[in-house]
Design a protein around this ligand. Structure first.
Ligand code: HEM
Length: 471
């Protein structure tokens, strides 16, 4: 690929497909990431596929992927269907904005989620970590089988909704709330529409479509009410300008200057709920998947927890998170092996040549990022769960260690702005859980499967918890 000859899409190989439908029948909604991985094995790290004539280039080449991610927003944008589907649902936020509009959105969003603000949101993380810990202690006493996926989803839903706009939910304690019920209708619909080859819903409105419209309207009404309330709160209490207590307040303060209108604020609150819930809870679930198989690592995280916040259940200060190096390494390693967003979808804005490969304007590209993260070439003993590879002093024991290959949070100027928040939630919870419990897998390893629905999670992950001995 690095010789001088220009390679065109016509020259690229293609895995086996059918003449008319192309590769669509194999690329079903549930395990498309694994299908892509199989195709990478079959056709190498750069190939093409087609769905009923619509062509996609698939790249699992980390150098090409990195360059494409970095050449945004100018040369590449997100796959245009993402914007189409979200706009159709009334969502116009940073995730689907492009070009100059994206730059305008990105700055206040990145600021609202920067370390300083995440620190101000820490009391919410603390409160919810305490709640889930209480619940897990009760599970341990009763020796209950825990559906980790469901519990972590409740944890991130409660945190994200409160941080997004100050709406207190108690999904952890199974208190149902209309707001969450509406979101549950919307997320799977976004997933199925983004991957649907034909937009049937535009021609026939089925019952599902009507329910979706009702849920979207209800969510919009609730969020707009919160926007009005937050505006008056800021007028009554100008101190909030310096230290906003949630993302909505932070955006309203920023938007003095950036002139975000209410519709855009709504679009970004919605985006945050969409981007911040499953991604974080699924990454936590994968961390527990590995911890339950590695008691020696649970012990190391526990030792660190006792050293850093000895007699407390969870760290009371945000700053302590920075000292939880081992818990952080566990999170990082789980995300290396099981990134919850294994692929990203892009489109070229103009004719671009990268590493001698020519991508004409309008080329749709699937960036498969997981394969490289799991290759020995980049990480020695790549398939093993070894968090110590992320601890700097222990790193030389690993011949190959290429952190730059990690794309779990994306890359370039559009990398995930929620990374600090997500990492804070994950590191605190992983540390606190290891401090208090030993984990035992209650599902057979072969029954725990990767499942992709918008993000990738472990299906069937069940564990029991045993109170840990003090160190
Ligand atoms: C472990 C948890 C998370 C993972 C794995 C994750 C992953 C990602 C990835 C892969 C992207 C695409 C980046 C790119 O195109 O280069 C992204 C974008 C984004 N994420 Fe996250 N994310 C997580 C948590 C969060 C949280 C907690 C929030 C907010 C509360 C958030 C907000 C966003 C937003 C707004 C974008 C769009 C950024 C843009 O287009 O400029 N994410 N995330």
């Amino acid at each position: 690929m690095h010789d001088d000859k220009l390679i065109t899409i016509k020259d690229l190989k293609s895995p086996k497909g059918t003449f008319l439908l192309g590769h669509l029948p194999q690329f079903n909604t549930y395990n498309k990431h694994q299908v892509l991985e199989r195709w990478v094995e079959e056709s190498g790290d750069l190939f093409k596929i087609h769905f009923v004539g619509k062509e996609f280039v698939v790249s699992a080449n980390p150098d090409i992927n990195n360059k494409m991610l970095r050449q945004r927003p100018e040369q590449f944008k997100r796959f245009s269907k993402i914007d189409e589907i979200l706009k159709e649902m009334g969502v116009d936020g940073v995730f689907n904005a492009e070009g100059a509009s994206w730059k305008r959105h990105r700055k206040p969003i990145a600021e609202a989620l920067n370390v300083k603000n995440v620190k101000a949101y820490y009391p919410i993380i603390l409160d919810k970590t305490n709640e889930i810990l209480k619940k897990f202690k009760a599970y341990a006493t009763k020796k209950s089988i825990v559906d980790v996926q469901k519990e972590f989803m409740a944890f991130t839903i409660d945190i994200t909704t409160e941080i997004a706009f100050g709406h207190k939910l108690d999904t952890i304690n199974n208190k149902s709330d209309g707001f969450q019920k509406h979101l549950e209708v919307i997320f799977p619909m976004i997933n199925s529409r983004i991957t649907a080859p034909i937009p049937i819903w535009r021609y026939f409105k089925k019952e599902k479509g009507k329910t979706l419209d009702y849920s979207l309207k209800s969510i919009e009404k609730i969020i707009f009410e919160f926007i009005e309330e937050a505006k008056s709160r800021i007028v009554d209490n100008p101190k909030l300008k310096a230290q906003p207590t949630n993302f909505l307040e932070a955006l309203l303060v920023e938007s003095d200057e950036e002139k975000f209108n209410d519709k855009e604020i709504y679009g970004n609150i919605f985006t945050m709920l969409l981007a911040g819930e499953d991604t974080t809870s699924n990454s936590l679930s994968w961390a527990v998947f590995y911890l339950a198989q590695h008691p020696e690592i649970v012990n190391k995280v526990r030792e660190e927890a006792f050293t850093e916040y000895n007699n407390l259940d969870i760290p009371s200060k945000y700053e302590t998170i920075e000292s939880l190096k081992y818990a952080n390494a566990v999170v990082q390693e789980a995300m290396r092996l099981k990134p919850t967003t294994p692929q990203l979808y892009l489109e070229s804005n103009e004719d671009v040549i990268i590493n001698n490969v020519s991508f004409p304007k309008g080329t749709s590209i699937i960036l498969q990022n997981k394969v490289a993260q799991n290759q020995d070439e980049y990480f020695s003993n790549a398939n093993a769960f070894e968090p110590q590879r992320w601890i700097v002093s222990e790193c030389p024991m690993h011949k190959n260690h290429s952190p730059n290959i990690m794309r779990a949070f994306g890359g370039g100027a559009r990398f995930c702005p929620g990374m600090f928040l997500a990492k804070s939630e994950m590191v605190v919870l992983v540390s606190a859980l290891c401090k208090h419990f030993d984990f035992k897998l209650e599902s057979k390893l072969e029954d725990i499967r990767e499942r992709f629905e918008f993000t990738m999670y472990p299906e069937n992950l069940k564990v029991t918890l045993k109170p840990a001995n003090k160190i």
